[in-house]
Design a binder for this molecule. Structure first.
Ligand SMILES: [Fe+2]
Length: 234
């Protein structure tokens, strides 16, 4: 099954304080990336669809515009909440706006089962929500940690891929890593089932193989005039 993947659109009508970001170009860039991912069976966004416009109705308009473009390609869509999505919307609202299933979620591909996990939680287990987002304080909550363990421990022999917004690859700048990144890498390695991790959040991107697992950090769409996307067979 071909997964067409984008990340970190940060779509907003407000200019970013970060001079390398072009959040207002992301809607057009998304259209171009979808045009170029015609072979994809489904579309995934690894999070941070939107950035804060500073106005609730404008924030709503931005995510609605994105969803209209995504729906117009007629393919199933899956997304992971990112820290910026949680700055704008509580998670239930985010899921209802995007029509995506609540995480953790397992999707059965042709060659892999793909696990989508949500690290928009602080170390104390509290869920990110508007007014309560600290992007450097990121982890899985206990419920997801347990469900990930039980998937990794199951007798199912199908290879696994993991998708998340924040990072497990220790080569990216460390504030982008989950607190449990080291423990999680160890769990994935020990299971012997996981060969692929696909993540976003670290805008320059990265591509590394560590102890037999390929960690692909997809570059952010909001940066400069870049239009990064990838199509991966899983
Ligand atoms: Fe992010």
């Amino acid at each position: 099954m071909k997964f067409g993947i984008v990340t970190d659109l940060h779509y907003s009508t407000k200019e970013s304080a970060c001079t390398t970001r072009r959040p207002n170009k992301s809607l057009e860039k998304l259209k171009i990336s979808l045009e170029n991912m015609k072979e994809a069976d489904l579309i995934v966004c690894l999070g941070d669809l939107v950035d804060d416009c500073g106005d609730e109705s404008e924030n709503l308009r931005c995510i609605s515009d994105l969803m209209q473009v995504i729906r117009s390609c007629g393919k199933p869509f899956y997304c992971i909440p990112g820290n910026h999505d949680c700055t704008n919307f509580n998670k239930e609202y985010f899921y209802s706006l995007t029509g995506c299933p609540k995480l953790p979620y397992v999707l059965s591909g042709d060659t892999h089962d793909v696990i989508f996990i949500d690290a928009c939680f602080a170390a104390d287990g509290s869920e990110y929500r508007p007014g309560k987002v600290n992007w450097t304080d990121t982890d899985l909550d206990k419920v997801q940690m347990e469900s990930l363990k039980s998937i990794l421990d199951s007798d199912d022999k199908k290879p696994l891929a993991v998708m998340l917004h924040q990072c497990l690859d220790p080569n990216v700048e460390h504030r982008h890593l989950l607190h449990s990144a080291g423990l999680l890498r160890e769990m994935l390695e020990k299971s012997g089932k996981v060969d692929t991790v696909i993540e976003g959040h670290y805008h320059p991107g990265a591509d590394n193989v560590i102890n037999g697992i390929h960690y692909l950090t997809l570059p952010a769409m909001c940066e400069l005039d870049n239009i990064p996307f990838t199509v991966i067979d899983l």
